[in-house]
Structures are given as C-alpha cells and as structure tokens.
Design a protein around this ligand. Sequence first.
Ligand code: EPZ
Length: 420
Amino acid sequence: MQKLIVKGKKNLTGVIKISGSKNATLPILAASILNDNRIELNNVPLVNDVFTMVKLLKHIGSNIKIDLKRKKIFIHNKNKIFETLAPYSLLKTMRAGVIVLGPLLSKFRVAKVSLPGGCAIGTRPVDIHLFGLKKLGARIKIKNGYILAEAKNGLIGTKIRLPSISVGATENVIIAASYAKGTTYIKNCACEPEILNLIDFLKSMGVKIVWLGKRYIKIVGNKDLKSLKHQIMFDRIEAGTFIIAGALTSKKLVVSKIVPKVIKKELKILKKMGVNLKIKKKHVTVFGTKNIKPISINTEPYPGFPTDLQAQIMVLMTKANGVSTIKENIFENRFMHVPELNRMGAKIKILGNKSFIFGPQELNGAEVMATDLRASVSLVLAGLIANNKTVINRVYHLDRGYEGLEKKIRKCKGSISRSN
Ligand code: EPZ
C-alpha cells in the first residue's frame, strides 16, 4: 500500500488553486441518469470517488466519458438501455453510490442497489433515503444486502417531511422527485452548498425547483429534460483544509478559485482563533499566525461548522494557547485521527462525542495510519508542522477526495512525497 512522507517545519507560500467539489459531482452524476440529452460537466475533480461513480454509471449503461486534461465529463444517454442493478463491488468503496437509487427508480420504475455498508466514521444507514422514496410511492424491501425498489406506476409527487437532516437522503429524494409525476414538497431538507449546486444542475435540465423556506423545497417533476452544460462548484472542504494549512505553516498563502461567502462560518471561527486572513471575492490570503486562541466548536449541518473540517481544525487547535473542544454531532465515530495525533505528541482527550485539545503542543514526526478521507488530510497537516518526518499509511483514503494534494503542497514549497 502506498504511503506519504511529509517533512515538517516547512512554510507553505504561494497560491493553491482549489479543485471542483467531489460532494457536488457525485449527486450530479447520479442525477444524469434522468436525462437522455447531452450533458457536459466542467471543473470536475480528478479524484477516485468520481472515477468510481463514472465506473458505476458505465456499468449500468451510461454513455459517459471523462476528459482528464480538460477536467470535463460528457454524458449522452440517448437510446441507451440501462441496467438497474448497482452492485456491492462498486458501492463498497464509495457509499455515495446509493444516490443512484432515486434516479434509477424514478426513471425506470425499478432498481436493485447494494446497501452501501458502513465505514470508519459510522454505520451510515440509509433509512431516511428509503423513507423519502416510499413517500413518493416506491415499494422497497431489503434482501441479501440489496435494496429492491419498484414503482409500477412511476413515482408520484407528494408532501414529505424528512425525519432528520441528511445530505444524501435529501439528494436522493430531490433527484427522484425531479422525474416524478406532479409536485413534491420536502421539509427538513439539508441545504449544503453541494445540494444547491445539484439543484442548479436539475433546474438547467428543465426541472422547476424553488426554495419555500430554509429547509423547505418544492419540485415540479418533468420528464422532458434538455441538454446542458454545468460548472461544478469549488470544493469548500479542500478550501478550508488549505486555509488551515496556511494558518499553521505559512508566511503568506493564497487559496484561490473559491467563493469565500460559502465558507463564512469557517472563516469566522478561524478569525476568532486569531488567524490573520484577507478575504476577497474569489480568494482568501492567509498569513502564518503565531498566537492561536483556543475555541469550542460544534459540528452541525450547513450553515454550521462542517464535520468534514473537524479533523483539520483539530490540528490547528494543538497550537492554541489553552484548551479547545470539539463536539462531533454528525457522525458517531469521527475521532479516529485523535490516537494518531496523540502519537505525534498532541494532548487530546475524548469524552463521548466531545474532544478536549490541550495546547500549545509541539508535534513530532511519526509513522501514522490514515482511517478516513478527512482524518488522512489532518495527518498531512500535522506532518507539515511536526519536527522531522511523518509517514502516513493507507493513502488510498486521501486519494478518494483530494485532487493532486502532493503537487499543490510541493508547489507551495512544502516537502511531501509518495512511496510504495
Ligand atoms: C455527506 O454524507 C457527505 N458525503 C459527507 O462527506 C459529509 O460528512 C456528510 O454529508 C455530512 O455533511 C457526500 O456528500 C458524498 P448524511 P452523507 O446523510 O450524505 C445519519 C466526506 O468526507 N443518517 O448527512 O452520508 C448518518 O449516519 C464525506 O466527503 C441516517 O441516520 O451524510 C449521519 O449520522 C464523509 N440515516 C447523519 O445522518 C440516513 O438515511 C448525517 O449523514 C442517512 C443519514
């Protein structure tokens, strides 16, 4: 298995161009199943989860091509016969594949999709996905690890209140409702920026969607969809990751190709910690900060502080003058990076879903293990500030969601390399 070697105490300086969002691309690719006309996606992130989703769509019959050089995806499903089975072999590595359930069921009235299974950060159930699809008229049963869904007369628009806030379930139900007969009202939706980007995509295809409230949406189903070109939004988690990297290491680091107002909560928290930021319309400049203040944060659904940035800000908290805390409210097991950071000399205690980070603490290079996508990048951040060398094992986690991480860091004078 490949590993990353990071040499510490290097100041990052220069410009980091942020890639497209993995978590916007995946539901948009799933939604492409609905449309037989030409689709062009721009600013696509070249990360393994996107390659896996393309492979899944190809497997079920989509006429899909990825242009690696221009970071575009072209889809044209006219007269294509779709297989409505999404196999475990493809879903076991990329849970978000379950989002093909809604479009397959809505378009073809039948679908057999593997239960995605859990991962390091939690059991990741899909009960809310199934709740919403049943409300739209689907008959669903679980057999031998698969979701068997059918809607003999097609899905019918209705009123739905999702039992709790779920990004994936909101996406699955919105996509399914986009091709259903009639109008659907959904309450208690997630409203992450990636969902807004998915909605822009669906509206450009000809689906009428309006927000009636902060978490309340109306969708008028439409089967007569048209060709479109769509720009994938920037990856706000990658942006936050590199802004934190800048706060940890840099003299001056520019994080560009972003929309700072989308991450205003994160920027507000970093400013409260004393991070020196200059915020412009399409980029943020971050200056290395000596005096970091401790802070207490909760991870919450958007527009709260994102769980996907929790591991990264924890590294910054190891430099703070005092005790910081993080309450992880979204996933039941998202502190897997803590034992690894403690092996590097951090002083972090966990009590239930709350962690206490005692700072400031000098970190020392060590051999560590990546456990999930965001935990892996927190170990890279720790390696950048630690004394000596850090070796990070199981780098495949990182390759799922960060495009060209090493190249971006090396371009800003960081020392990071990969070995088998
Ligand atoms: C999406 O996962 C993201 N993944 C995650 O990013 C992100 O951490 C998460 O949203 C929260 O923001 C993609 O967009 C591909 P949820 P998702 O449904 O949709 C529970 C990354 O690092 N739940 O909002 O799976 C669930 O267990 C990944 O890029 C149910 O109980 O998250 C969790 O506790 C990691 N039943 C909570 O809801 C369900 O049917 C939030 O999950 C669905 C979810």
